[in-house]
Design a protein around this ligand. Structure first.
Ligand code: SAH
Length: 212
């Protein structure tokens, strides 16, 4: 996975490559998906949600330029894979998940696998998590129609915000970097995330999605 999918496609940050080599991705998918855990695609994790494709996790993590000790906020925990990668980079990780049963399962998994320092918060991540703000990096792992204001407010000076913005089905991955009250904006990649559902995101999904 690291050589064939990540390095081959231009992920260069050695710490990111090492972190992704150490985190056991098969532990973060349902048992019936474990054989496919290292394939080059997203996988269903139950509750109509997905674990992101390895390359996209690497791209977002590299863009977030995480240093040891950084406070990092993730929105959309799923089963906790991206959180574990951030923890492997020695960040202080706060991750918000709106689905209570996924949050609980992620909490248990992360603790069992030695990533117990990750704080999993059940709630609407479009409001961020003000308690531990400001953050040196914020990663949003669900597709948003806009940048939620709370996330802008909770980003530290020099902080990086990585977020997919666009429609319910397709988005562009953006990297915003805070410079005082200004932001630089770089578009990284076309992506397909499940919708960010919440106050500053999309309204509740009307019917389940299917996986091809
Ligand atoms: N980061 C995960 C993948 C997450 S999939 C990984 O590493 O595998 C997107 C997740 O975002 C889903 O679990 C979904 O429930 C969650 N989500 C959607 N809207 C949300 C919101 N407003 N706040 C928090 N989580 C949200």
């Amino acid at each position: 996975m690291v050589e064939g999918q990540l390095r081959a496609r231009g992920i260069r940050d050695r710490r990111v490559l090492e972190a992704m080599a150490t985190v056991p991705r098969h532990e973060f998918v349902p048992i019936d998906q474990a054989a496919a855990a290292y394939e080059d695609r997203a996988l269903p994790i139950g509750e109509w949600e997905t674990i992101s494709q390895p390359f996209i996790v690497a791209l977002m993590t590299e863009a977030a330029a995480v240093n040891p000790g950084d406070r990092v906020l993730e929105i959309g925990t799923g089963l906790g894979y991206q959180s574990a990668v951030l923890a492997a980079l020695d960040a202080r990780v706060y991750t918000v998940e709106r689905n209570a049963s996924l949050a609980e399962e992620a909490r248990r998994k992360l603790a069992r696998l030695g990533y117990g320092s990750v704080e999993v918060i059940t709630g609407d991540g479009t409001e961020g998590y003000a308690v531990a703000a400001p953050y040196e990096a914020i990663l949003v792992t669900a597709g948003s129609p806009r940048v939620p204001q709370a996330l802008i407010d909770q980003l530290a000076g020099g902080g990086r915000l990585v977020i997919p913005i666009g429609g319910r089905e397709m988005q562009q991955l953006h990297l915003f970097v805070r410079r005082g009250e200004d932001f630089s904006d770089k578009t990284l990649e076309a992506v397909q995330f499940v919708p960010l559902v919440g106050k500053q995101g999309w309204p509740q999904a009307r019917w389940p999605r299917f996986f091809g």
